[in-house]
Design a protein. Structure first.
Length: 148
């Protein structure tokens, strides 16, 4: 079974409580269960990991290449805008990464509009709420089924 990593960065453990007008009312657990279930229905094993710590996210990115993962769905949270260390970790692996943001980072505060991750990710999905995670998963499902 192909494996996908659903990776979430800082403060995403607060989904459902944190600024529901911006991030919605679903919890991270709700999103993880939805993505795991959708993946399983298409023969993909989705592993979930969230951390508020930059080094743990980097370690997780490093380890997946050796574990045969087919892709990463990654919401780096605030690290999006300044973590060159995470950017370099993405660039250092041969596993495609799709960057996802629940809110439209380009329509918010100026500091949020720039992603240091975007140049080394395969693509970016922003502003579609939790559906962004599902869209990213659909890319990997399509590849598994020979559609992309």
């Amino acid at each position: 079974m192909s494996k996908i990593l659903l990776l979430n960065g800082p403060n995403l453990n607060r989904l459902g409580k944190r600024e529901p007008d911006v991030y919605g009312t679903l919890t991270l657990s709700d999103i993880e269960e939805k993505i795991k279930s959708a993946g399983q229905a298409h023969g993909l094993d989705v592993e979930c990991f969230q951390s508020n710590h930059e080094g743990q996210l980097i370690d997780k990115l490093h380890e997946i290449e050796d574990r045969g993962f087919a892709g990463v769905i990654f919401n780096p949270g605030a690290f999006t805008h300044y973590s060159y260390a995470i950017r370099d970790a993405i660039a250092a692996i041969n596993v495609p990464v799709i960057e996802v943001h629940i809110s439209n980072i380009h329509a918010r505060e100026e500091f949020r509009s720039h992603s240091v991750m975007a140049p080394v990710t395969e693509g970016q999905i922003v502003g579609l709420g939790s559906a962004g995670y599902e869209l990213a998963l659909s890319v990997f499902i399509g590849r598994k089924e020979g559609e992309n």
